[in-house]
Design a protein around this ligand. Structure first.
Ligand SMILES: [Zn+2]
Length: 68
């Protein structure tokens, strides 16, 4: 497990640090580092993070004119 701070908060204790699984053969669960409540599957989290970074890139676009 690795401990990371995410742009998420635990729905139970409001903590923003989570344990991520590192071994591929572990059940890919993300758990709160404080109360160990189950948060989500890391695959879902990965998708969420990708969507988030994509969204951020779009918002801070480096003057790319006429994206449509
Ligand atoms: Zn928690």
């Amino acid at each position: 497990m690795i401990r990371v701070t995410l742009d998420l908060t635990c729905s139970i204790c409001d903590h923003d640090q989570f344990h991520l699984p590192v071994r591929a053969d572990e059940r890919q669960q993300v758990r709160c580092a404080n109360c160990t409540a189950f948060k989500c599957y890391s695959a879902d989290l990965e998708k969420a993070m990708i969507a988030l970074s994509r969204d951020r890139k779009r918002r801070s676009g480096q003057g790319q004119a006429n994206a449509a």
